[in-house]
Design a protein around this ligand. Structure first.
Ligand SMILES: Nc1nc2c(ncn2[C@@H]2O[C@H](COP(=O)(O)OP(=O)(O)OP(=O)(O)O)[C@@H](O)[C@H]2O)c(=O)[nH]1
Length: 208
């Protein structure tokens, strides 16, 4: 399916998980399922072209974690590792084959597909839709972008002094979505699991 309403997906997994310790959080087991598999399976319900961005040295473990998952992803590895999430977003968006694409970090296993559909609706005709929480923080790694516009903005931003993801957002025409517009969306959607403590706490909650 490649209709106008078709949504692509990029899962960002190319970081070094330093806060997580020795192991890669992307493939960490959360209540019996690797975190990245939870993200991929949720994305598979609303996307039909999925790209996982990671480093070459992660490929084997991530492929194993995703074997037999609901939507077989393609892989786009970083030509230069450790250039930060913005570079990962660029690599992923350049590889995806859909005009609009949801970008989600591998450490957000509770991502709500309903949010991604809402963001897709809001992004139409613009370069993206990004949630901005009341504290002013943009949720850039759980957002929908027009793939070519955001990939170009990432490239320009990486070549400039200010390499933050929000600096790339300033180069494109995004719709800001406020917390008040998130009715019906799971409040856990933005929960990131970037430490062992956060993983243990999420497991405790899920087993209750
Ligand atoms: N391709 C790529 N992705 C990255 C890079 N750094 C972070 N990411 C991804 O961007 C998302 C958000 O980054 P962080 O939560 O800071 O992840 P991280 O850098 O692995 O973790 P820490 O080292 O603990 O900060 C995660 O999905 C990471 O996999 C990078 O250098 N390259």
């Amino acid at each position: 399916m490649t209709s106008e309403r078709s949504l692509g997906g990029v899962v960002l997994a190319g970081g070094y998980s330093t806060r997580f310790g020795e192991s890669d959080k992307a493939v960490a087991d959360l209540a019996g399922t690797p975190m990245i598999r939870r993200v991929v399976d949720r994305l598979a319900t609303v996307t039909d072209d999925l790209v996982v961005n990671c480093r070459d040295d992660q490929l084997e473990a991530i492929r194993a974690a995703l074997a037999g998952s609901d939507l077989e992803p393609r892989y786009a590895t970083d030509p230069v590792p450790d250039r930060g999430p913005l570079a990962g977003i660029q690599v992923g968006l350049e590889a995806v084959d859909r005009e609009y694409t949801a970008v989600v970090a591998c450490d957000m296993p509770f991502v709500d597909p309903a949010l991604l559909e809402t963001l897709h609706d809001r992004a139409c005709g613009r370069d993206g839709a990004v949630v901005r929480l009341e504290d002013g923080w943009y949720q850039t790694t759980q957002a929908v972008y027009r793939a070519d516009a955001m990939a170009e903005a990432c490239a320009e931003t990486l070549d400039s002094e200010d390499k933050r993801i929000v600096a790339a957002l300033e180069r494109i025409d995004i719709v800001e979505v406020g917390e008040n517009d998130l009715e019906g969306v799971s409040e856990r959607t933005f929960e990131g699991i970037d430490t062992q403590e956060a993983l243990a706490e999420a497991e405790r909650r899920m087993r209750r």
